[in-house]
Design a protein around this ligand. Structure first.
Ligand code: SAM
Length: 215
């Protein structure tokens, strides 16, 4: 039987209900220093079109909006609870230059070549089919567009969190690098902190036009 703490932690994968909202509030606060470090690795352009995948409570979207003050920021998450929370967090810009909707990384509802930057904070652990997901990220990125992955944990041998959270897969930096290379990314830079925290910035090589434009 699952412990209460384990039941609560399932909300990190897909927040739901009251506990999900508490988790989203906690992540908006608790992930701030990690995501600010990752965001500081990017040479921001004011007019960028940015997508944040697995946007959770939307705090990172708010930070991105500040860094691209004339741009547009899209957020997507497969949890309805996350989408509602992120929309609330960004209510002032919502519908103007911030757009947040429900969806899965494996089938992104955006045009080919739309974004200058795609971000993924604390979420790749839960992407079921990494190749499919990365091909979707590449499809929606402009050629030479950037993909930023940020993970607090990156040592698969350390199962402290993956033992507690169902379907959580911890990827090593080498594994992520290989997956990125296999799915259309190059110029991959890995940034590390003394702990297991890593950020990876990769560039989309060729735009992939095989899929129909969406919107
Ligand atoms: C640990 S939370 C991180 C939230 C936020 N990025 C942050 O750093 O605070 C992971 C989020 O990714 C979302 N997620 C997980 N798998 C996803 C998928 N396949 N497609 C879209 N969102 C996903 C979850 O619903 C959850 O909101």
């Amino acid at each position: 039987m699952k412990s209460i703490s384990s039941k609560i932690l399932q909300n990190a994968r897909k927040p739901k209900g009251f506990v999900g909202r508490l988790m989203l509030k906690g992540m908006n606060i608790g992930h701030a220093s990690l995501s600010n470090w990752a965001l500081s690795l990017i040479n921001w352009q004011p007019q960028w079109q940015v997508l944040d995948i697995g946007c959770g409570g939307g705090a990172n979207i708010a930070e991105i909006l500040k860094r691209s003050p004339r741009g547009e920021v899209y957020g997507i998450d497969f949890s309805a609870e996350s989408v509602a929370y992120a929309q609330k967090t960004n209510k002032k810009t919502l519908g103007k230059r911030c757009f947040i909707e429900q969806g899965n990384v494996e089938s992104l509802p955006y045009n080919n070549n739309k974004f200058d930057l795609v971000t993924a904070f604390e979420t790749v652990y839960f992407w079921k089919d990494m190749s499919k997901a990365l091909q979707e990220v590449r499809r929606v990125l402009k050629t030479n567009g950037l993909f930023l992955i940020c993970c607090e944990v990156s040592n698969p041998a350390n199962t402290k969190w993956s033992d507690l959270i169902e379907e959580m897969v911890i990827h090593s930096e080498n594994e992520l690098q290989t997956l990125l290379e296999q799915n259309g990314f190059s110029n991959i830079s890995v940034y590390k902190q003394p702990t297991e925290k890593i950020s990876i910035v990769a560039q989309a090589i060729n735009s992939n036009t095989k899929k129909e434009n969406k919107k």
